[in-house]
Structures are given as structure tokens and as C-alpha cells.
Design a protein around this ligand. Structure first.
Ligand code: PGA
Length: 235
């Protein structure tokens, strides 16, 4: 119980998260540190493959990623929040005004793909493969932010987590395309190896995070709303 931990004065907590969780994990950590100011906290952000490697090497106390069953380890996973992947284009893209865009049509577009090792990449490539298709890859990029900038630079379209837009909603320059098979409904879990007992601090953080699920959901809803009713583009 969190209430029992008020006396938790010092200690260390290391959190490892996939790239999409970096858009929310700092908020959770901030609120957590306010409650337990004596705790020394670190946050590692990297892609799915590296997070699983870190878990294998016991580098952190707790992890946030999706599809924990596919990690190849015996893990304990607790549901945290939705992580929907949406298709994004620049606001002047011809497909921006269309509805019910097929995957076949999407496959003709120049596509920006995350690096090998990315969970988003695997999940997008899988969605194409389910239809016997492959994305027409224009470029591979090692970060969600670089992909957003590349879309705005006119290099192509991509599929990213809705969480990547929670701060600025794309500021009117990015639009969500209405593609069949999207959003891909991914999920964040709080994960740790079964073989490793959670520290008291990690247990407290886990309970604390789970309580924030409605907040994370509300933030996603606001982002969807901004994408549907974008602010006027800045001149
Ligand atoms: P990635 O993970 O950074 O490995 O793509 C993000 C996700 O799986 O949502």
C-alpha cells in the first residue's frame, strides 16, 4: 500500500521504457518524486529490442513496453495504458481529405520506417504483411521525432504512436489519415522478470503508475480531439 510507504525516504529507482513511453513517463516520475523526494530516479529510453536486452541484463528495476509475452523471458506484466499507432501525413497530402484509405493504397506511398529493433516498425510491417503487402520504404529513421520532422519536410508518411503528439498535437502540420486496419491498438505494460523480486520503491512506482491510467487516457483523447479539429496553421 502506498500509504505505508510515506516513510520511504531514500533509495534508487531505475526505469527503462520504450520510445513512445518517454512522452508520458517523465510526468509519472515527476509526480512520484514529488511524493517521495528522497528517491534517486533514473529513466532510460530506447527501442523495444534494447529494452528487452536491458531487462535480460537486469539493468533497471522496472520496464514499460508492449507485447511482454514476446520478450522471450518469463515476466510479470501489469496493464498500464493504450498505445495506439496512427498513420500520419503532412496536412497538404492528397490522402488527407480521403476516408477509408486501403492498405493497398497506403503501400503505394513513400513510407518512413523506424530502425530495426523498434516495436513500432515490427508492428507496422506485420500489419502490411497480413494483407500480403510491404511498405514502400523511402527512409529508415532512428527516432519518432525525426520521423515527424521528415513527414513535415515532405519525405513521406509514417505510422507513429498517438503519444508522440500529446504535447503539440502536430501543431496543425500533421494529420491523421483514415486508413483501414488503423489505429493499431498497442498497449503499454509495466514489466519485470518473474525471477526478480521488485524492490519496495519499484512496487510503489508500479501502483502509482497504474493509478495514472485515466490521466494517460485523457491525454490521448485530447490528442485525438486536436487531430480532428486542428488549430489554424501558424504563418
Ligand atoms: P519502439 O517501441 O521505440 O521500439 O518502436 C515503441 C512501441 O513499441 O510502442
Amino acid at each position: 500500500k502506498l500509504a505505508d510507504l510515506k516513510g520511504l525516504k531514500s533509495g534508487r529507482f531505475r526505469l527503462g521504457v520504450i520510445t513512445t513511453a518517454k512522452y508520458f513517463a517523465p510526468e509519472i516520475l515527476g509526480a512520484f518524486c514529488e511524493q517521495f523526494p528522497g528517491i534517486d530516479v533514473s529513466l532510460k529510453v530506447t527501442n523495444r529490442t534494447r529494452i528487452i536486452e536491458r531487462m535480460d541484463a537486469n539493468d533497471d528495476d522496472l520496464y514499460i513496453f508492449g507485447e511482454p509475452g514476446g520478450a522471450g523471458l518469463d515476466v510479470e506484466a501489469t496493464y498500464l495504458a493504450p498505445n495506439p499507432l496512427i498513420v500520419l501525413a503532412r496536412s497538404d497530402h492528397p490522402l488527407a481529405r480521403e476516408t477509408g484509405i486501403t492498405m493497398e493504397r497506403l503501400a503505394q506511398e513513400r513510407f518512413l520506417l523506424r530502425e530495426p529493433g523498434s516495436g513500432i516498425r515490427d508492428s507496422v510491417v506485420r500489419r502490411f504483411a497480413e494483407r500480403g503487402l510491404r511498405p514502400n520504404v523511402r527512409m529508415e529513421l532512428g527516432s519518432n521525432e525525426a520521423i515527424k520532422h521528415a513527414i513535415i519536410a515532405g519525405l513521406g508518411i509514417s505510422a507513429l504512436s498517438l503519444h508522440t503528439l500529446t504535447l503539440d498535437g502536430g501543431a496543425g502540420r500533421l494529420v491523421m489519415l483514415d486508413v483501414e486496419g488503423f489505429p493499431i491498438e498497442r498497449t503499454w505494460y509495466l514489466v519485470h522478470p518473474k525471477s526478480r523480486e521488485l524492490s519496495t520503491i519499484a512496487k510503489a512506482f508500479l501502483a502509482f503508475s497504474v493509478d495514472r491510467e485515466p490521466e494517460i487516457r485523457a491525454s490521448l483523447d485530447r490528442t485525438y480531439e486536436t487531430l480532428r479539429n486542428p488549430p489554424a496553421p501558424q504563418l
